[in-house]
Every structure is written in C-alpha cells, then in structure tokens.
Design a protein around this ligand. Sequence first.
Ligand code: ADP
Length: 497
Amino acid sequence: STAAAAIDEPIHPSIQVDHTQLLINGQFIDAASGRTFPTVDPRTGDVIARVAEGDLEDVNRAVAAARKAFDEGPWPKMTAYERSRIMLRFADLLEKHTEEVAKLETWDNGKPYEQAAKIEIPMVVRMFRYYAGWADKIHGFTVPADGQHHVQTLHEPYGVCGLIIPWNFPLLLYSWKVGPALACGNTVVLKTAEQTPLSAIYVSKLFHEAGLPPGVLNVVSGFGPTAGAALSSHMNVNKLSFTGSTATGKIVLALAAKSNLKPVTLELGGKSPFIVCKDADVDKAVELAHSALFFNQGQCCCAGSRTLVHESVYDEFVEKAKARALKRVVGDPFKTGIEQGPQIDNEQFKKILKYIRSGIESGATLESGGEQFGSKGYYIQPTVFSNVQDDMLIAKDEIFGPVQSISKFKDLEEVVQRANASSYGLAAGVFTQNIETANTLTRALRVGTVWINCYDIFDAAVPFGGFKMSGQGREKGIYGLSSYLQVKAVVTPLKNP
Ligand code: ADP
C-alpha cells in the first residue's frame, strides 16, 4: 500500500495566529455583526482559530474605504514609480517572512510545507515584483485618425476591484489578482475563501508595513453567498475578478450583470487532458502525468485529470503509473519529504470518496488507493483508475482530488475529438517527441494553455485562463494587465475651429 509516513501526532507549526479580524481602511476590526467562524486544520479537523465573519455591512464598509482611497487618492494620485516601490518593498518583506507565511498556509490548507516555502511563496514574491515592474510602464497610444485630429488613448484603472479567491492556492491567487489590480492604480476589496482566510490577512498587514496607504487593499473574510455575493452585486465596485468553480462563476457573473454590469474576469474549473502519444518517453510521461494530477492533493483547476494514453504504450504506462502512485509519500504536511497532505475539508473529502466509489461502480479498474489514508483528518490514498471510459462520471466531472483516470486511444484524430468533448477548456498536456504531432495537437486543442513535454509551468509572464466554461479573460503576464485597465480615447482638433 501507500508509502506511509506516520500521521499519529500532528506536528505543531510553532507559530501563533495573530490576526483574525477584517482589514478595512488599514485597520483591524471585528465584523459589524460581531460574528466569527472557525477555520480548521485539515490534518485533524480541529479548529485553528475563529475569524471575523464579514457580511453585507462589512463589504459596504470595505467598498467605501476603497472608493475613498481611489477617488480622493492617494493611490491613483501617487506616481506609478511610488506605487511600484511600495509593491517592491512588500515583495521584500514577504520574502523575509516566507517561513511564517508558509507555515500559516500549510496549517490552514494542508499543503506540504516544503512546497509552500520553496515554490509557492517565492512565486508570489516573483509575481509582485513582476507587476511592480509594470506599474510605471503602462501607457496608451497615439492614433493616426482620419481628418484634422490628434487622437490618443489613456489606459486608466477601473476604480474599486472586487477580488474573490478560492482555497487551493490562497496566496498564489492573491498575487495573480492583487498584483495587477494595484499596479494599474486600482483599489481592492478582497474576499478570501472561508476555508483559508489566514494567510491573506497576514500578508496584507505586511503590505501596509511596506507603505500601502489605508483603504487601498481591504480584506474581508467570510462566506460566498453572503460576503462574496455582496461584493459581486455591489453598485460601487467597478470590476470583479473571480477564481473558483464554474457553478459559482455563473452566479457571480449574473450578480454582476444584474447590479451595475461591472466587467468580470473568471478563472473556473477544468478537466484537462494529458495526452501521451506513441512516441513519448514513457518514464518521463508517467512522472509528469503523476505530478500533473496529484500536485497540491489534486486540488488544481488545471489538474491533468484525463490521462489519455496511446494503445501501443498503454499497458506499460498503467503499470508504471500505478507503481508511482504506490510510492507517493502521504503524511503530515509539516514533515520533510512529504508529497501529499490532507484534502482541504470534510466536504471535499467526502465528495472525492464518492467519486472513487462511482468509478468502481461504473466499471473502471482500480489500480491503487481508493480509500481514506490513515484514520484522522482528510487524507486520501493516491488513487489510480485505468480502463476509464468517457461516459463515466470520473471522466467528466472535476473531482479536485488525488484520483488519476487513465484511458486508451488509437489515433490523433480520435484523441483530439475526445479531448475537446468537454464543456471545460483550461489546459492540456501533450507528450511526444514528434514536432508534427505536437503542432497538430496544439492547434486542435480548445484550451487556454498547452504544455508540451512539461506541465504546470507558471511563470509570472505567461498568461493563464480558460476556453469555454473554464473562464473568460486572462491572468498573469501582459494579458493580465488589460483586465484592470479601461481605455479612454481623447480627441483634440489640430487647429481650433
Ligand atoms: P469551492 O466549491 O471549491 O469552494 P467556490 O467557487 O464555491 O469553490 O468558491 C470560490 C470562492 O467563491 C470562495 O471565496 C467562496 O466563498 C466564493 N463564493 C461562493 N459562493 C459565492 C456566491 N454565491 N457569490 C460570490 N462568491 C461566492
């Protein structure tokens, strides 16, 4: 069975939770209602801390603070260079506090500490430096219009941005949204996920220590249908950016439309194909397919959750994929060498086990795993199914857990058709040594990212987003800036009439 690191006694992260209040107008305050909600350690189900539960009234206060900081300054009135320097100072501070921040993130989310400290927080730091670099390089064009007019475009911030993030990468997705929003001169109200409120509060305090003026970045913890919905339908929010499930994305978009038609960027679910062609290096493909699915406990919107393998290498691939899953090291995410921690919460845990049962019942072959790992917390054994058919639930739905589904294909035409037969279109992996095969698949796949002989490469400069029901708009890179800017055309006669 799975290589087990004992999970008897959870390791104490040796930090305290100092901040659990809402951060509005540069101040820590309680929710207007006085209510709090528990945030839970996924290793045990124990409460880590109780956090202020923001609702409509708190969102109103946060939006008012952000409105004032935008309309009366100082944020949009500062020079772009000054804004950039505050963002750079924040990146430095965050880097200095990597250890504490990574500990908080692991405690609240369950992801391996080493990954948080060595990969994720450095990516967050990098993202803020990347967008700090853009702050003073945003400009419009002069436009050669017909007639006697001088025409220019100004690229201006929207104003108050409502940012709603999920629990799978709390700080990484914070950086994908807060970074470009602030670089462009907007002010922000951020609604964190109710499962993982702690890290955003902590780092937003560091942002203020770096010199961020009050009201520019407000953080509201709370639930989706209350705080999230209040933000989405607020008449004084000028732009929304949401990452989460497709079902909730539809609600958020409808709330935006029904209120003030604020533009919405959506980064939603996926069921991404990972295509292993007949000429692929099988050992490398097995390893990458494994990490494409199991990374972050399988809780990635772009998880390679449909492993499609050419029939000529299928048997070898299945055997090696099973062996790799059996070697995966599951255990307390604070322990060194751990590859997989617990799932985020009891709801996701039960949902994943239900999908596993449905896979078995629908006739897929269970190669490994299939059950809870240990007896405490929300750990699940790395699970591999082979012989998966396209009409099975596990081949269609986003499972968001450590469950790999492998199926066989015969030729490229077939695999393109099957890969595209999904309402999602977030990402795809293509494994081949043949440039022509790579080119053919790249052009044919209806997805926002194609990774060829690699997976999950997330440089700050590379745009990310979905085709079809995986979302609209792009984040990161130069494309991510345009989500936070609106264009103003300015027309002047060359000679006064
Ligand atoms: P998941 O199902 O993985 O928890 P969701 O898409 O429901 O994902 O959650 C992503 C974010 O959206 C969270 O911050 C959540 O609180 C928020 N959210 C959930 N429901 C709503 C809603 N009705 N309106 C606005 N935000 C919501």
